[in-house]
Design a protein around this ligand. Sequence first.
Ligand SMILES: Cc1ncc(COP(=O)(O)O)c(C=O)c1O
Length: 403
Amino acid sequence: MIHDATSPSDISAVALAKATNLLGTYKRAPMRFVRGAGVELFDESGKAYLDFASGIAVNALGYADPGIQQAMERAMQSGMIHVSNLYRTDPGERLAAMLTRRSFASKVFFCNSGAEANEGAFKFVRRWARSFGTDGKTGIIALRGSFHGRLFASLAATDRPAYRAPFRPLVGGVSICERDSAQLDLALDADSVAALIVEPVQGESGVRAMEGELLQHLRKLCNERQIALIFDEIQCGLGRLGSFFAYEKFEVTPDVLTLAKPLAGGLPMGAILVTEEIASAIKPGDHGTTFGGGPFVAAVAEHVVERLADPSLLASVRENGIWLGEHLHGIARRSGRVRAVRGMGYMWGVDIVDKASTVVEGGWDAGLLMTTAGDHTLRLLPPLVTGREDLGKGLDILEKLLC
Ligand SMILES: Cc1ncc(COP(=O)(O)O)c(C=O)c1O
């Protein structure tokens, strides 16, 4: 193997801009960010970008948040970033207690990402389904339009042909079903299905909320057939809809819930919350992770969870979310290039006539960061701390891009 002898100091910024040693899994934007503050990112030239993407729904508390910085400094005082899951530490146990106290769950498993949380959830429900004394109750059903991650089982549960095709054959036992009551009734076979996984609001496929009635019906079917209902709240949970958990908005309680994205303020962390019944089927050795729930990341997450559960923050997400929706509908009426506006809280999808990527690129010039959710949908995910003034600034830019 030939190694390049160039020392890092020889690599000029220009060369770096042209060539990168990062594997080409992303088509990255040309900006190079060097600093973040509040709800803005700054590039090398000092240009500010109002962030309506939040690092894809991660930076709920924005950038340079003093509370997160202090939590990190406090966490470092112990000198323990990591000790492994062979030993007990306080922050992870306290964080699990915070999450279970606020939810239906009695136990939590911490991991490092969203896909990993869903993969673990699939294992836990299969383990639980085996406790019925059958080896055949293993199937996982996901819904049309779903996105649950890019690892093997989570990819099989993700309904994006372009993501799936290059990696076939996908993991067996995972299938996609239409979001249709009659078809789900057939697919949710008591003898062969262990779990149904649902995003209460599908993020990647265009910000599409589940119909409340369908969710309630699915809860009933799952109860009758002893099928675990998994909610993937990785994108829509932890305050984004204006309730701490998304399931509270829909008044349907799952058996398993997965979290990640904003959980540790931008540090990698995922979580799987399970009922007492499912927890009781899990034995030492059934699952594991080297890093998951380490003392540093968990201590930061404790702070983040406390902030995201703050009723005044959640109320402002709800109220500003209504205001945001009204203004987006206003833009839609004035623009003529908007086909639909969907969402709640700080999670909005705007279907447009143009290619969404063109408008996102226009936002780069104008100083607004957005994401897409499909070819013709803009997805807006501002930090949950964004106030009306900054929301208004972003809306003004968006209106200019769409009118
Ligand atoms: C609903 C949902 N589930 C799972 C994932 C995967 O999370 P991660 O990228 O952390 O693996 C995502 C990421 O966008 C998501 O939105």
